[in-house]
Every structure is written in structure tokens, then in C-alpha cells.
Design a protein around this ligand. Structure first.
Ligand code: HEM
Length: 479
């Protein structure tokens, strides 16, 4: 029996907490998982699903089922222990307690065909020797590409903003999601794979959409799309895994593009990290397409719309900080200059807190252990699957004051809170290593997001989104 060494409550106080049975139930076979699935996607929606059970059981730790389930996911065990406060959530970062093998999106794992038969790094546990090779390869890519990363980001975000201006001039507003995805795809191809998308007209024009379809097919059983009426979504999108076959052509095109244009990066993987050519390309594509492109697509969307919709005077404050640090255009935007922008950085952290781009994290108990929430200890047995829902853990009222409120300077005022910011699958104060599963690009994500904010306020005196947060309605050039 082991006990979690936690930051909250401290290890010494945790041992004095009462040990309780984990509340909640999985219900009868088939019916219980199906009911929970329908609640999750349809009758309640994700947030109410977790909140209502937390209220019913008066506990931030409880048992429930998670989709996908019945009828064609017979190999998937939907039973999990939900962990929804900062304390119990932290157990997911303790690799001595949880095994991260194949649990990226729960007990369900998309077919290996989506990655050419390779179990890519994100599905590997740190105890597997290959995890170390792949993660070090990723660190190396990021280190080598840091200058290109910045220049490519600035070049493509400039192009994107030019297009926004044109469209607003012509139509009065511009919906930004697709152009933003194109920008993210283009700069990541160079930044991660060293591959120039402009070398292939087809990839340049449609590469981002090829990735979208490949991502969607893997994730469909676990996410609500809202694209079709819910009864149909339950029948057609959540009842069976989609075969790779539908996107094999798209994936092949991306594979061939990386094989041809990303040769230097592939050679690095082969010579320094002992990876075979094929597994190198599948790993590069996964990091590029799933981790980086997927993560930024979600996060930049939240960032632009949150700032663009703000009604509490945030934008003028951001603008004045950006202009002050950049000495009104005499200094350029890069990782060093954005590090000096406290409010920009705190705003990025706060948007990450309220909208963690990867909302669910899983880990399978390696051993029996006692899991502490703020007020109790729970006995977890080896083999049970913990499921952390970040949006609730990041609004833990025992840690964050006014947890539901968007407070842009929250982290500038209280830097201690950074140890409870978990978007990267670890505290913001920890570093990703080969011994943990924290996002390899933790700092790159924060600095790149700060660069986006700096770009906007360096270029524009005024910037505004519509109420829905999906379109930009105002961009007035800096005078
Ligand atoms: C906004 C963008 C991003 C977000 C929100 C994000 C988030 C995450 C999260 C939550 C995990 C842990 C997944 C789990 O095991 O449960 C993760 C892992 C990982 N991320 Fe990121 N990520 C982002 C961008 C990137 C980028 C740009 C790269 C690389 C260039 C990257 C590389 C990785 C890798 C390699 C792992 C696996 C770490 C391991 O196996 O130890 N991520 N990321």
C-alpha cells in the first residue's frame, strides 16, 4: 500500500484524513454505461455530467462510466474513478502510482492503423525504453528549431492577420478558425518537421484539412460534435469506432510529404535516437498533427475569442504592456521579449486554466494506494483507471478564488498558483522530462501563445470579436 505524496493536502496532513469508500456506482452491465454515455453526450453534457455527480455524491472523487460504450466497443472497459479537485487530480502526474500506457483518451485506444502500426510516444509509459528516445527526440527538435519556430510563426501569423484585415474591409467581419488552422499548420510543418509546405501545392492548400479528418476519426467516439441532431450523433458517431480506411489516403499524403520534405528531421531520429525511418515519420506526424496542431487549434481559438470578447478593459491594458515592452516597435517579438510581458503571460495562463485544451487525462493505478482529495482519502486498487476532468479541477474553489471568473492578472498577482495550473499534464512549475508525461512543448506553447497576443496588440490599436467569439469584427491598425 502506498500513499500519494501531494502538494495539497501535504503528505503529513493527508495521512490524518479519514479513509472513505469511493462513492458512485457503475450501474448494471450495459444499462449503466449506456445511461452514463447518454448523460455525458446528450441529456446533461460533459460539464453537468461531472458536476451533477459531484453534487450527488458530495465528493470530488467518485465512480462513473465514461464513453465510448455499448454496442460496438466490447473491448472497452468504461469504468473509471473521476478525480475533479487539484489534490486528487495530481495523482495523475505521479508516475510511481499510475501507468500511462495506452490511456491517452481513456481505455479506448484508436486502431494502430492511424499511426501506421506504430505505438507513438504519447501512448508510451515512461517505464518503456522507447518513451525516453521519442521524448528526447521531441526535445531535440524543439531546441534545434527554436529560431525557425519564431520566424515562421511571425511570418504566418502576419499573413493570417493581413487576410483578416482584407476580409473585414470587404465583409465587415471574418470568421477566424479555418485561417488560423492554416497558419498553425504552416508554421508547425517548418517548426517541427523542418518541412516546407509551400513545396507541395496540395499540402499547402489542404494539409490542415487532411489532419482534421485524421484527428476527427480517431476522436469521434469520445467527443460531442453537435454537428448533427443528438439521436443521430449517438447512433452514427458514438456507437462504433471508425475505420482508418476512410482517411488512409489523407494520411498517406501527409506521410509522403514528411518523408520527402522532412528528411533532415527523419535522419536525426535515425542517427541520434535509434528510431526506424517509418516509426520516426509516424511519431513526427503524431506530434505535429495530434499534439501540436490539435492543441494549438483549440487553444488559439479560446485565446482569441476570450480576449476579443472581454468587456472589462483588458485589451487596452494588453496593448499598453505590449507596446511598452517592444518600445513601440524598436524591439521585435520573440520568446525573450514576451517573457517580459506579465499581463500577457498571466492572461494566457488564465485562458489555459478556464479552457484547458486537453480536458481529460487518464492513468491506471500501478499499485494499491490511498488517493487524497482535500478532505478525504480514498482507497484505489491496482488496475483501476483514474479519469481527471481538468475544467473542474482548474476551478477548484479550495485553490482558486472566484474560480468561475476570468481574472486575467490572477497569475501575475499570485505566482504560487502556477503550481496548480495543470493544462500540460503537470504543474506549470514542473518541467517535462523523460521520466514524466508532461507536454514536451510546455514552454513553447505558453511563449507562442504570448507571441500571438503580442502580434495582435503590436499591429492593432483596436481588436474585437463578436458575441459568439467566432468572428473578428474589428481590427484597427496601430497609428
Ligand atoms: C496548445 C498546445 C498543446 C497542448 C494543449 C498540449 C497538451 C498536452 C497534454 C495535456 C499532454 C499529456 C497527454 C497525456 O498523456 O494525457 C501532452 C503531451 C505531449 N505533448 Fe503537448 N500540447 C500542446 C502542444 C504540443 C506541441 C507544440 C508539441 C511538440 C512540438 C507537443 C508535444 C507533446 C508530446 C511529445 C507529449 C507526450 C509527452 C510524453 O509522452 O511524455 N505538445 N501535451
Amino acid at each position: 500500500m502506498m500513499s500519494v505524496s501531494m502538494m495539497w493536502p501535504s503528505a503529513s496532513t493527508a495521512t490524518s484524513l479519514p479513509v472513505k469508500a469511493i462513492p458512485g456506482s457503475y450501474g448494471p452491465p450495459v444499462v449503466g454505461p449506456l445511461k452514463d454515455r447518454l448523460d455525458y453526450f446528450w441529456f446533461q453534457g460533459t460539464e453537468t455530467f461531472f458536476r451533477s455527480r459531484m453534487a450527488t455524491y458530495k465528493s470530488s472523487v467518485f465512480r462513473t462510466n465514461m464513453p465510448p460504450t455499448f454496442p460496438f466497443f466490447t473491448q472497452v472497459d468504461p469504468r473509471v474513478i473521476a478525480v475533479l479537485d487539484c489534490s486528487s487530480f495530481s495523482a495523475l502526474f505521479d508516475i510511481s502510482l499510475v501507468d500511462k500506457r495506452n490511456v491517452l483518451i481513456g481505455d479506448f485506444m484508436p486502431s494502430l492503423k492511424f499511426t501506421g502500426g506504430t505505438r507513438v510516444g504519447v501512448y508510451l509509459d515512461p517505464t518503456e525504453p522507447k518513451h525516453k528516445l521519442v521524448k528526447n527526440f521531441c526535445f531535440d527538435i524543439l531546441k534545434r528549431s527554436s529560431r525557425v519556430w519564431i520566424s515562421e510563426f511571425l511570418r504566418h501569423s502576419d499573413l493570417m492577420l493581413n487576410n483578416f484585415e482584407k476580409e473585414i474591409d470587404e465583409k465587415g467581419s471574418t470568421s477566424f478558425f479555418i485561417p488560423m488552422q492554416k497558419c498553425i499548420f504552416a508554421f508547425l510543418c517548418k517548426g517541427i518537421a523542418g518541412a516546407d509546405p509551400s513545396k507541395s501545392k496540395e499540402i499547402e492548400d489542404t494539409g490542415f484539412a487532411l489532419l482534421d479528418s485524421w484527428l476527427a476519426l480517431q476522436l469521434l467516439p469520445t467527443v460531442k460534435t453537435g454537428a448533427i441532431p443528438q439521436p443521430l450523433e449517438e447512433l452514427l458517431l458514438h456507437s462504433f469506432p471508425y475505420p482508418f480506411f476512410f482517411v488512409s489516403g489523407a494520411y498517406r499524403k501527409l506521410y509522403e510529404f514528411i518523408e520527402k520534405e522532412g528528411q533532415e528531421t527523419i535522419e536525426l531520429a535515425e542517427s541520434e535516437y535509434n528510431l526506424g525511418k517509418e516509426e520516426a515519420i509516424h511519431n513526427i506526424l503524431f506530434v505535429l498533427g495530434f499534439n501540436a496542431y490539435g492543441g494549438f487549434s483549440i487553444f488559439f481559438n479560446s485565446l482569441i475569442s476570450t480576449i476579443g470578447k472581454d468587456k472589462n478593459g483588458l485589451r487596452p491594458r494588453l496593448k499598453s504592456e505590449v507596446r511598452r515592452v517592444l518600445l513601440n516597435g524598436k524591439r521585435s517579438i520573440n520568446f525573450e521579449t514576451v517573457k517580459e510581458m506579465e499581463l500577457v503571460r498571466s492572461t494566457v495562463y488564465e485562458v489555459l486554466r478556464l479552457n484547458p485544451p486537453v480536458p481529460l487525462q487518464y492513468g491506471r493505478a500501478r499499485v494499491d494506494f490511498e488517493l487524497p482529495s482535500h478532505d478525504s482519502l480514498f482507497q484505489v486498487s491496482k488496475g483501476e483507471l483514474l479519469c481527471g476532468y481538468q475544467p473542474l479541477a482548474m476551478r477548484d474553489p479550495m485553490v482558486f478564488k472566484n474560480p468561475e471568473e476570468f481574472v486575467p492578472d490572477r497569475f501575475a498577482k499570485d505566482k504560487e498558483l502556477l503550481k496548480y495550473l495543470f493544462w500540460s499534464n503537470g504543474p506549470e512549475t514542473s518541467e517535462p522530462t523523460t521520466g514524466n508525461k508532461q507536454c514536451a512543448a510546455k514552454d513553447h506553447v505558453v511563449w507562442t501563445s504570448c507571441m500571438l497576443v503580442a502580434q495582435i496588440f503590436n499591429r492593432y490599436d483596436s481588436f474585437e470579436c463578436d458575441e459568439a467569439g467566432s468572428s473578428i469584427v474589428k481590427l484597427e491598425k496601430a497609428t
